[in-house]
Structure formats: C-alpha cells, structure tokens
Design a protein around this ligand. Structure first.
Ligand code: AMP
Length: 279
C-alpha cells in the first residue's frame, strides 16, 4: 500500500493508474477509522481495482472550534486499518495542500439542503464539505466514491455537488454499520465513557420505536412522541425529524415510501448523529 501526503505525489500515481485504465474507488474520511469506515473500504475494494482512502480532518466543515480541537486523530492506526481492509493508497494531505492559494471553492446552490437539519444546525458545514470534496475529487478522479448513509443528508449534498459540477463520478451510498448493540460506529464514540456508550443506545432504541409506531401513527405523532421520550432521557435532543427520502423535507400528516427518521442528540458533550428508514 502507498501512502501520500503531497498532492504532487498522489497526482503522479493517479495519472499512472488512469493511463493503465484502472478503476478507482475513493473513500473520503476524517480518520479515526473504525469498522463503519472499514465497511466502505471493503465495498470499494470489491468493486474497484484500486481503492484510495483519504484521511483529512477538514477544518472548514466544523462550525464548532471545540469539536474540531477534540476530533480524534489516530494516523498510524488509520493507515494500518486501511491496509488491512485492502486499500491500495492512503492520502493524508496537509491543510495547506488541500486549500492551496490557487484553490477556488465552487459556487453551488444546495437549495433547501442548506436550511434543513444539519444545514440549519451547523451553518457553513455543507459549504465546507462541498469545498473539500470538490478538491479531493479533482485530485483523486475516482470512478466510484463511497459514502455512508449514516450521514444521510451528506449523501444528498454529494449527489448535488457531482451533478452541479457534472463530474463523471458514481456516488455509492453504503448502509450504516452498527455495533451488535445497535450503536452506529462513529469516530466520536471514542470520546464516550463506557457508561455514556450505554446511554447512547437510547438513540438506536428511539429509532426502532419510531419504526414500530410508524405502522399506526402519523409522522408528526411519532416525532412528538420521540421528543417527549428524549425529554425524560439523559440525552439532549437537537432534532428528531421524519423526512422525505429525496427532498429531506419534514413529513407531517402523510407518510411517503422510504421515509427516514433523522436524529441528532448529545451524550454529554458528544454530538451523535443517526437515522433509519422507518416506512
Ligand atoms: P467521517 O470520517 O466521519 O467523515 O466518515 C467518512 C465516511 O464514513 C462518511 O461517508 C460516513 O458517512 C461514513 N461512515 C461513518 N460512520 C459510518 C458507519 N457507522 N456506517 C457506515 N458509514 C459510516
């Protein structure tokens, strides 16, 4: 496996791979790799000749400086995990290389995506996501790029980006990978104590309950019940929304097929995100 930290280094390798017509799968990450990331890497390895994993904690997508500061960094373990799951290349660029002086951020309208859920709660977050991915896509030039449905809204943003820039990249949405308990793997879980991990299970259980309730209640009834449940829990709920799978607009009285319940809640200081298709 090759490891690059310079853009010029990886570009040389990419042009070599491109000229020999190798298919490239790309898994962009912010590191602190876990089995959720591994599931994306494995899928890419199965579907492409070459898999490139990037590890870059993108400062431009953090609206909370403390969150950025506390974001776990485990570089050498990340390299080992990527290699173990069959990646061909790990790309660990420095900030100055990603946001070089000649980088011009693309201007893309995200429409409503910017104002709903993560867009509303984390101003500037998706703008940062768009910036980093447009840069990384230009460097890596993948055929397929792999994203976890754990960040459900991010997948919609990435699809919008690829469409707006007319990039020849196939976006592959991968299922949420959970611990046996139901807790979704997340780099932020490293910041939870054992007791807090136990508390965090409330999120998965709430999604399961919402799915059950969806059989004989309206979306608004389910959301209201969830809000009540969180009020009597130890978690602090940021939002619990049941949304249309394509537009991500909040549902109210009527169900649509493949409606998704999206939740963000804090366990202590740690912000956790999860979702489930409930209809
Ligand atoms: P991150 O390093 O948190 O930016 O995540 C990198 C990619 O891994 C994103 O596409 C995430 O959606 C995906 N991912 C993170 N956790 C999981 C998980 N538990 N299951 C599936 N994909 C995940």
């Amino acid at each position: 496996m090759l490891v690059f930290s310079s853009v010029s280094g990886i570009l040389k390798e990419i042009s070599r791979l491109r000229s020999s017509n190798k298919s490239i799968g790309f898994v962009p990450t912010m590191g602190a790799l876990h089995l959720g990331h591994a599931s994306l890497i494995k899928q890419s390895v199965d579907e492409n000749e070459i898999t490139i994993v990037s590890v870059f904690v993108n400062p431009r997508q953090f609206n909370n400086p403390d969150d950025l500061l506390k974001y776990p960094r485990t570089e050498s373990q990340d390299i080992a995990l990527a290699e173990h799951y069959g990646a061909s290349i790990v790309f660990l660029p420095e900030i100055e290389e990603v946001y070089s002086s000649d980088f011009i951020p693309p201007k893309i309208s995200l429409g409503n995506l910017e104002h709903l859920m993560e867009g509303k709660m984390r101003p500037g977050h998706f703008d940062g996501v768009v910036q980093v991915l447009s840069r990384l896509f230009t460097i890596v030039q993948p055929n397929n790029a792999y994203f976890g449905l754990k960040d459900f809204q991010q997948v919609a943003v990435v699809r919008r980006l690829v469409e707006a820039l007319n990039l020849p990249i196939n976006i592959v949405a991968c299922p949420i990978y959970r611990e046996i308990t139901g807790l979704a793997y997340s780099s932020r879980n490293q910041r939870l104590s054992d007791d807090q991990k136990e508390e965090a299970l409330f999120i998965y259980r709430s999604l399961i309950k919402a799915k059950k309730m969806a059989q004989n209640h309206t979306p608004i009834e389910v959301m209201n019940e969830m809000i009540k449940d969180y009020q009597s829990s130890s978690l602090e709920l940021e939002y619990f929304e049941i949304v249309h799978p394509k537009t991500l607009e909040t549902l109210s009285d009527e169900w649509v097929d493949e409606a998704v319940a999206c939740v963000v809640a804090y366990v202590g200081e740690v912000r956790l995100i999860d979702n489930m298709q409930i209809h």
